[in-house]
Design a protein around this ligand. Structure first.
Ligand code: MG
Ligand code: MG
Length: 253
């Protein structure tokens, strides 16, 4: 069942979202060659806890980190480690959640480490654009398929592929709620959108094949052909005045 949020609840989600977005901004300041994914995770955890919130992912299904940090061909769910060091030319995906006053924020960005290839930069930008194409379709009376269709169109017209095995989701009291929000689909199909819906829209985009697989650690997901992958996510709420993006702290990022 879809849990609709009233305006007071959406205001609280804005607070959880702000903490989530600020944790990502802090991580962005520290992404550079030589830092470990564990160090980034610790910065994120400390910031979230300093704000009086809890990292949504810590302990979720047994996940050992506060953020999912995935490098290059890793798509999502990378486990922070003191043995994973960022190198010049990498792209790193940082996915963060914060739970505050009973509500979650969930947001992800892909960052270049130093100088990266033109193709990697294009992948990151197309993934970001596809999110905004999706969110532009988050309107009362539209359907879930309108969001996914817009994302898929942007990605495929740029020659990349959308990951289909992992998708976006409703969000609120629980990190993952109904409805499912695929990053692909048919316009005009699926659940109708209405005021009070909160969705984590999160395109995952590969340069090569859409095929992915899970590593033996039971978390890290990689592209089958080891091509680069990018991820962009925000928590979005539909109000009578339109969409509010709770986790978008820096509007240009
Ligand atoms: Mg996320
Ligand atoms: Mg999510």
């Amino acid at each position: 069942m879809i849990q609709l949020k009233n305006s007071a609840q959406i205001s609280t989600m804005m607070e959880a979202g702000r903490i989530t977005g600020e944790a990502l901004l802090l991580a962005r300041e520290h992404v550079r060659e030589g830092i470990t994914t564990k160090e980034l995770d610790t910065l994120i955890r400390n910031y979230i806890e300093k704000c009086g919130a809890k990292p949504s992912f810590l302990g979720y299904g047994g996940f050992p980190g506060s953020a999912c940090i995935s490098i290059n061909e890793e798509v999502i769910h990378g486990i922070p480690s003191k043995n994973r060091v960022l190198r010049e030319g990498d792209i790193v995906k940082i996915d963060v959640g914060a739970f505050y006053k009973g509500f979650h924020g969930d947001s992800a960005r892909t960052l270049p480490v130093g100088k990266v290839s033109e193709e990697a930069l294009r992948l990151i930008e197309v993934t970001r654009q596809s999110f905004f194409d999706g969110v532009a379709n988050m309107k009362v009376g539209n359907r879930i398929g309108d969001i996914g269709s817009a994302i898929q169109h942007r990605v495929e017209e740029n020659g990349f592929s959308v990951v289909k095995r992992y998708i976006g989701h409703g969000i609120g009291h629980d990190l993952h709620e109904s409805p499912d929000v695929p990053n692909f689909g048919t316009a005009g199909r699926g659940t109708r959108l209405c005021v009070g819906m909160a969705l984590a829209i999160e395109p995952m985009v590969n340069i090569g094949t859409e095929e992915v697989y899970e590593m033996p650690d039971k978390w890290t997901v990689k592209t089958r052909d080891h091509s680069l992958s990018a991820h962009y996510e925000n928590t979005c709420a539909l109000t009578s005045d339109g969409v509010v993006i709770t986790t978008l702290v820096d509007k240009s990022w």
